[in-house]
Design a protein around this ligand. Sequence first.
Ligand SMILES: Nc1ncnc2c1ncn2[C@@H]1O[C@H](COP(=O)(O)OP(=O)(O)O)[C@@H](O)[C@H]1O
Ligand SMILES: N[C@@H](CCOP(=O)(O)O)C(=O)O
Length: 326
Amino acid sequence: MAVYTEVTDEALRAFLAAYPLGGLLAFRGIAEGVENSNYALKTEAGDFILTLYEKRVDPAELPWFLGLMEHLAAHGLRCPQPVQARDGVALRQLAGRPAAICTFLPGVWPRRVRPEHGAPLGEALARLHAAGAEFTAERPNGLGPASWGPLLDRCRSGGDAVQPGLIAELDRRLAAILAAWPAPGLLPVGQIHADLFPDNVFFLPGADGKPEVSGLIDFYFACTDLLAYDIAVCLNAWCFDADGAYNVTRAHAVLAAYQRIRPLAAEERAALPVLCRGAAIRFLLTRLYDWTATPAGALVTRKDPMEYLAKLRFFAAAEGPGALGL
Ligand SMILES: Nc1ncnc2c1ncn2[C@@H]1O[C@H](COP(=O)(O)OP(=O)(O)O)[C@@H](O)[C@H]1O
Ligand SMILES: N[C@@H](CCOP(=O)(O)O)C(=O)O
């Protein structure tokens, strides 16, 4: 489910009149995604995605997100490119919400991650980091380490109903993560995606039949933070098999491909285990909050927080960066 705001034909036609995109040929809501309302749009100029930004996105931050996507696309990254209307403005209003049209990216995201996805993912992530280097505007990570304690507090009353003893375990693990978190200035910082899960990476078969990244989407958690933290997010999201086992071969493929473009500094390599624990607790906490706070019957697919407790425990027990595929 991700059509929270309905758009009438009339409102859409009036909205599109501001763009140099020709007549409307087709328009349909997209069920995937959780944050915003997305529509696939076909006009005489081609295929596009229309996004209406919903309550969890701060309208004041939209120019930063759209500016980053514009910058990354201009620097060769395959990502949605905001389309400007005739007056040069990409961020507009539709059906009472901030709205923008972006270019449509071909490809499909992998429902089942295979070993061949590892290397193209690592390469795409490193290219994203390189392409973001000259984008100087900063956006602090609203879901970074400083937010995890307050987020855990908001889960306190409902958390133990999900699993007895969960809150005490998270208190203990969070304290250990924060105590070991890299000091400011120690690791390289840049523009990171911060949510590069399989559903945000599109692939198409290359000439040799192997998957190639055709595009990265959903930059609405992007921020300015530790580059290696983005790798930790990917290791969490891509490198566990369906049975919960860490796939060190795939992790190695991700890391090796990444390092062919941007070799990690010694400090980044050493910090990788705690960054992985941090990424695990970040997704655990947002999922736990959504799990306990989403009203019964809401048309949203809740994601399982316990998947990330298992990952957190794995990373806490892992013996150094080598066990993670470095
Ligand atoms: N630029 C794009 N090109 C093609 N499909 C897109 C594009 N942007 C979004 N989509 C489609 O919309 C779905 C939801 O987008 P996403 O940005 O993940 O939404 P949300 O921010 O609500 O989670 C994606 O899974 C994909 O099918
Ligand atoms: N990747 C996050 C949820 C964010 O959802 P998205 O649809 O915006 O990518 C998670 O798995 O918890």
